[in-house]
Design a binder for this molecule. Structure first.
Ligand code: SAH
Ligand code: SF4
Length: 432
């Protein structure tokens, strides 16, 4: 079936357009705008071709500012199958053939990818995702840096080392000055995006968070990603207005049963609502999941990927579960690296124009896995840039691997990729 995509001139217009089309009975889907029509972070509305005339009438009649309407072309990878291993299982080959021809993958196709095993099948899946990554987002690995500014948390997520009942944690909070000073150090390396992450710590009131955002903006001009968990709609709106650009709030799993079992304080629907608010206020919207949660199946993970697609998510953090000391899950096995890599690959093949980090959690369970992720669809690395005196206390999981600019640089070189042009060259010289 043929489709069109509609790209608007602002997020607000896009969301209004989506609402108006829906109210008039037109089925819409929000998708990341294909690379040729927008930056990696813009969202487009996808509709069936037979609705196009009615949609145009509605959009123009309601003064929606439309940038363009284009036939929706799914990226093909011409000749893909010929470039892959010859000994592929037929079900995997059928799915990759769809990728070659630009046919969208459905939930069953994703399950097929996630259930693949054997070296030839796996390397073919990774290579296909790698080709898609190269075609859509190129060779530069985006490098961002996280300041983990507080390990105090009001919640008790069963998997997480920062949960409030974990008595093994020596808790800390960074002052606003410390946070801003750390951000300024990152600016010197050339980092363009700082991620401010913490437990759900309400000591940082709305006013304090706004002050942090405004000061970092004023003093460094860096882009700001918040990763501070659930807040209310008004707060999300005010943070965006104060200058925050991105938000990272993972659903962790779309299986409601598992979600409930691992989150004693959380409501699944509220978490989804939070992501919808983030979308509504124009954040670059980060989401993601944990691989290897108790009871989680390949189908659950496939459903996560479909959820990210339907929510128009721009950045997907995929990490294996890593046991944390002092938590109810401390003795569970860590999530499977291979399953995590397959999820990275499937996410790239399905969502295409998105940021996918090679996560710290992966680097923790297997020191080579970050490079493997970069070669299986990932295109971003997040540095841990928390001041040294606090770093060891931010243990969402145990034995957390350190990812600094040096580790990131080595991973980028090993994966035969490019460092971003914004990283200070003098700094890289020091690493050589
Ligand atoms: N409190 C905020 C941000 C800190 S936690 C929040 O919950 O959003 C950030 C991420 O760490 C979580 O989204 C989760 O996916 C990940 N995480 C926490 N504990 C983990 C564990 N034991 N293994 C793997 N990932 C974990
Ligand atoms: Fe707190 Fe986030 Fe850890 Fe849950 S995952 S306990 S909200 S820091």
């Amino acid at each position: 079936m043929e489709h069109y995509i509609i790209i608007c001139n602002s997020t607000q217009h896009m969301l209004n357009a989506d609402k108006i089309l829906k109210q008039n009975g037109i089925k819409t889907e929000l998708v990341p705008a294909p690379a040729e029509y927008g930056s990696v972070c813009s969202t487009a509305i996808k509709i069936n071709a037979y609705n196009i005339d009615m949609a145009k009438e509605l959009l123009y009649g309601n003064s929606i500012s439309v940038k363009g309407i284009y036939p929706y072309k799914i990226r093909k990878l011409d000749g893909l199958i010929n470039r892959l291993n010859k000994g592929l299982d037929s079900d995997i080959k059928d799915v990759l053939k769809k990728v070659e021809m630009g046919i969208e993958l459905d939930e069953d196709d994703i399950v097929t990818i996630l259930s693949a095993n054997g070296d030839e099948n796996l390397s073919s899946i990774y290579n296909a995702a790698d080709e898609m990554r190269k075609a859509i987002v190129g060779d530069v690995v985006d490098i961002r840096a996280a300041i983990e500014f507080s390990n105090i948390c009001r919640k008790n997520c069963f998997y997480c080392g920062l949960r409030r009942d974990n008595m093994l944690v020596e808790r800390y909070r960074m002052s606003i000055d410390e946070i801003v000073d750390t951000a300024k150090e990152l600016k010197k390396i050339g980092i363009k995006t700082v991620i401010l992450q913490s437990g759900e710590d309400l000591w940082y009131t709305e006013e304090k968070i706004i002050e942090i955002i405004k000061r970092i903006k004023k003093e460094t001009k860096m882009r700001i990603t918040l990763s501070i968990g659930e807040r209310n709609e008004e707060e999300y709106r005010h943070y965006k207005e104060a200058g925050a650009n991105n938000f990272l709030l993972k659903i962790e799993t779309t299986n409601r049963e598992i979600f409930k079992n691992i989150h004693p304080d959380d409501d699944f629907d509220y978490r989804v609502k939070c992501s919808e608010w983030l979308r509504k206020y124009g954040y670059i919207n980060g989401n993601g999941n944990i691989i290897g949660l108790p009871g989680q199946t390949a189908r659950d993970i496939a459903k996560d990927i479909i959820f990210f697609k339907e929510m128009g998510i721009h950045m997907v953090g995929i990490g294996p579960f890593v046991p944390a000391k002092g938590t109810p899950f401390e003795s569970l096995p860590h999530g499977d690296v291979e399953m995590t890599l397959k999820t990275v690959a499937a996410t790239r093949l399905v969502l295409k124009n998105v940021f996918i980090p090679a996560t710290t959690a992966l680097a923790t369970v297997d020191k080579d896995a970050q490079v493997k992720a970069l070669m299986s669809g990932a295109n971003t690395i997040m540095l841990i840039s928390t001041p040294e005196k606090y770093r060891n206390r931010y243990r969402i999981y145990s034995n957390k691997n350190m990812v600094d600019i040096d580790t990131a640089y080595r991973a980028v070189i090993k994966a035969e990729r490019k460092m971003p042009p914004y990283i200070n060259k003098e700094f890289l010289k020091l690493l050589n």
